[in-house]
Design a protein around this ligand. Structure first.
Ligand code: FE2
Length: 362
């Protein structure tokens, strides 16, 4: 039993080489509102950050203003990527104390931040690789984001795309490290194993991987932890590790209440998704049974569907958001199912191989 509660994901902070341009993409392509800013004008001498928000999802995009900083080093090692997956807690001091006593490395001791809108307490621990978790206690704060940030004053319009909240955040690990990292979440946070898939579930000759989903007590936080498994081809997890140069965040899944509307909007705005081969849809009705959506529209948009005993879910994955094949996003709509698309891994990879076979290349 923990002495504190986690109430959800608070924000994800990315270290990027050009936060101004990244913020433009998050606004015009993904439909996020720029709500807060810190930089030279606000007295921040070494970094600039833009905060973007859509419903309950917040991204902080941070770039260095100086050489040889922790931020510039991170970008040089990993490319653009997620630095911090933060949690909203009711007691940041207790969260930090308990985690560090149970073996987590402290990055930042509990710190009281205040301005005329109130106060917050934040504390940070190391997760895996160069990725951190920050605990944010914000119940006494009325400002736009955190003390130190000002309201973003440029009256830039965003056209929201229906993204509601962060469903899960996935961490990729090198071969043999998945269990160690899951044990860390168990020991340090008291989280439990919510779902898992081994290489028998997610393996074809194409891309084998193992995955365990760690969840906190109230299951508001779900973090799948992946590692590569041996297949005939290089695992996509290994490709991530090779380009990120360490463990790190592979994808963030954002929920929608209407995936058809969301994906249509995102495609119109130029967001690129992974292609779903036509053969994926050949046996889909047998696999998932009756669904509310029009299958032709689902097929046109390239959306994947998976069913378990509680219902079904619809999902789609973007292409990587930067030139390195590292971070990407998932759009997900759950209709009863709490699964992580086990059926889709196999069906999708098998359909890719069917296509390959047709070409005589398997
Ligand atoms: Fe996912």
């Amino acid at each position: 039993m923990n002495t504190y509660n986690i109430n959800g994901f608070d924000y994800c902070e990315l270290y990027v080489s050009n936060a101004k341009q990244a913020a433009h993409f998050y606004r015009t392509a993904l439909g996020f509102f720029p709500i807060a800013y810190c930089g030279l004008e606000t007295g921040s001498r070494d970094r600039v950050s833009y905060v973007l928000k859509q419903n309950q999802i917040r991204f902080v995009l941070t770039s260095p203003l100086k050489n040889n900083s922790e931020i510039s080093e991170h970008i040089s090692n990993h490319g653009d990527g997620v630095k911090d997956v933060s949690f909203t807690v009711n007691d940041a001091e207790a969260a930090w104390k308990e985690s560090t006593e149970r073996g987590a490395k402290s990055i930042r001791k509990p710190q009281l931040l205040s301005d005329d809108r109130g106060e917050t307490i934040i504390a940070t621990i190391k997760a895996f690789g160069d990725t951190n978790h920050t605990f944010v206690q914000r119940d006494n704060y009325k400002g736009v984001f955190l003390p130190g940030y000002v309201v973003f004053e440029n009256n830039l319009i965003a056209d929201p795309t229906g993204l509601i909240h962060i469903d899960h955040v996935v961490g990729n690990q090198p071969n043999g490290e998945m269990q160690t990292v899951c044990n860390f979440y168990e020991k340090v946070f008291g989280w439990h194993r919510f779902w898992s898939a081994d290489d028998k579930d997610i393996s074809t000759d194409y891309s084998a991987l193992r995955s365990i989903v760690m969840a906190n007590e109230n299951e508001k936080i779900k973090m799948p932890i992946n590692e590569p498994a041996k297949g005939l081809r290089k695992s996509q997890i290994q490709e991530f590790i090779d380009y990120y140069n360490s463990p790190g965040i592979q994808h963030i899944a954002m929920s929608t209440k209407d995936i058809i509307e969301t994906v249509t909007k995102l495609r119109d705005k130029g967001v690129q998704f992974l292609n779903t081969p036509n053969s994926y849809y050949e046996n889909l009705s047998e696999r998932v049974g009756d669904i509310d959506e029009n299958l032709d529209v689902i097929k046109d948009l390239g959306i994947l569907i998976d069913r378990d005993e509680n219902g079904y879910m619809l999902q789609i994955f973007t292409q990587p958001l930067q030139d390195r094949p590292t971070l990407f996003y998932e759009i997900i709509q759950r209709k009863g199912s709490n699964s992580f698309g086990k059926g889709n891994f196999k069906a999708l990879f098998e359909s890719i191989e069917n296509e390959q076979k047709k070409r005589g290349n398997l």
